[in-house]
Ligand binder design. Structure first.
Ligand SMILES: [Zn+2]
Length: 449
């Protein structure tokens, strides 16, 4: 049992609040490994000093850190974003994205990657859907889909960026779990299904484990919705990537998926696959067109747009803009960082924006972001992933006495100004980013409506 406890402890992880509860050398609080591995050679790592001794004025104290840690350790520590408010440290189960304990993640941790006797794939063949979708899932779970990153690993030279969102790398995790385009498609089919996939941990997990996780937590009909949507995204991607005149138009994808799902329900008793193509869809009424313009706030109100971005070098940038009812910028700012997830950059951008709004004493504010996960976390719909928990606590604290603040999700195309400001954070030269031509054009465009 003691052996087991040691193994369990490996999965326990501290998120830093005020640092009072965390022992620097004994506890797990750095994502890169035990703190002792980053200690300078002369440092006594048997002492029980706490993480708060590395913090002064809610900031990491670089001098103190450098007395104990090597450069890699310093980088590890600076990766952790401290909350502004005095919140206590939190112990989480790090194998799970929300920090909740699960027997399966514990079992996998203990089994120490020795392949446990789990049948990873039989659930796929039992799904009540098209054989082609089951085949697709099977290939996905074996990491057998030729994504651009996959081809790159086989030394095939091609542009690597995602066609849908220009993310620098297109791999299965991006394509099926993280791409905003995919997220929107799943959301359009069924928001509940999206909830399941946004709450899983993608880091350090193999795709087959992720899928197995999904299959054990999601109702079968939701898995089928998800798989059908993924299959169709892959199908459309290939059409648009390889055919000069693709027969399928990307705008038709949501209807295409719905029809696909409907047709299976209708014909499954005939035990054959219906032929689905876009021509069978034409009789349906046109979809309501999405309003893709930024909308000015009402008189006396203000609107905040925020965004975060991460590039291939691991640099991150975040930005926000506050505008009045005429679309005129009241304030905008950006910041850069390293080694943050997209979700963390989004949360940091939002926290900075809210602080500024309060500093300027603005009371009626609409806050818009394109990160559905963060917005839903703040609305209390989804659990908060542990890596952004301290920042989200700050945001909640700031908002607790501001009844005039409202959040909502906007699609990426409406959030271009914030995206542009955030990306200027990648530039070395901050001097005249306010005069950036692209940015001013986008702001003007928004103001025209
Ligand atoms: Zn993408």
């Amino acid at each position: 049992m003691i052996k087991l406890r040691e193994e369990f402890n490996k999965g326990l992880f501290w998120t830093v609040g005020n640092g009072l509860s965390i022992s620097i050398w004994k506890d797990n609080w750095l994502t890169g490994g035990k703190a002792t591995t980053f200690a300078l050679p002369n440092v006594d790592t048997s002492s029980d000093i706490k993480v708060n001794s590395l913090i002064s004025n809610q900031q990491w104290d670089r001098n103190k850190i450098e007395r104990l840690f090597n450069y890699r350790g310093l980088q590890q520590i600076q990766k952790i974003k401290l909350p502004y408010n005095n919140i206590s440290d939190k112990l989480v189960w790090s194998s799970d994205r929300n920090g909740n304990f699960s027997t399966r993640s514990a079992y996998e941790l203990i089994s120490n990657n020795k392949t446990p006797r789990i049948d990873y794939h039989s659930w796929i063949w039992k799904l009540n859907t098209y054989p082609k979708i089951k085949n697709f899932l099977w290939r996905l779970s074996h990491n057998g889909l030729p994504t651009k990153m996959k081809l790159y690993q086989k030394n095939i030279v091609i542009p690597l960026s995602c066609n849908a969102c220009q993310n620098p790398e297109e791999d299965v995790k991006h394509l099926f779990f993280q791409c905003p385009f995919t997220i929107n498609q799943i959301y359009e089919q069924d928001p509940v299904t999206l909830g399941y996939i946004r709450n899983i941990n993608l880091n350090n997990e193999q795709i087959k484990t992720i899928l197995l996780d999904l299959s054990s937590t999601m109702p079968k009909e939701k898995i089928i919705i998800l798989a059908t949507t993924w299959w169709a995204i892959w199908y459309f991607r290939n059409q648009n990537l390889f055919l000069t005149n693709p027969t399928e138009k990307i705008q038709n994808l949501p209807r295409f998926i719905k029809t696909l799902r409907l047709n299976w329900g209708k014909t499954r008793n005939l035990n054959k696959e219906p032929t689905e193509n876009i021509h069978t869809l034409k009789k349906q009424p046109p979809r309501k067109k999405r309003n893709i313009h930024w909308v000015k706030p009402d008189v006396h109100k203000f609107k905040v747009n925020f965004d975060g971005a991460v590039n291939t070098n691991g640099n991150s940038a975040m930005g926000f803009i506050i505008r009045d009812h005429s679309g005129r910028p009241v304030f905008m700012d950006h910041e850069s960082g390293t080694n943050l997830s997209v979700l963390q950059t989004e949360a940091l951008a939002l926290r900075a924006a809210i602080r500024k709004v309060k500093e300027l004493n603005l009371s009626l504010v609409e806050i818009k972001g394109d990160n559905l996960c963060l917005i839903n976390v703040l609305k209390g719909i989804w659990c908060c992933p542990w890596d952004v928990d301290p920042i989200v606590s700050d945001i909640r604290f700031e908002l607790s006495n501001c009844p005039g603040f409202h959040f909502s999700h906007v699609f990426r195309e409406i959030n271009q100004v914030a995206d542009c400001i955030a990306k200027l954070g990648f530039l070395q030269d901050r001097s005249d980013w306010r005069d950036d031509l692209e940015l001013s054009a986008l702001i003007r465009n928004d103001a025209l409506g």
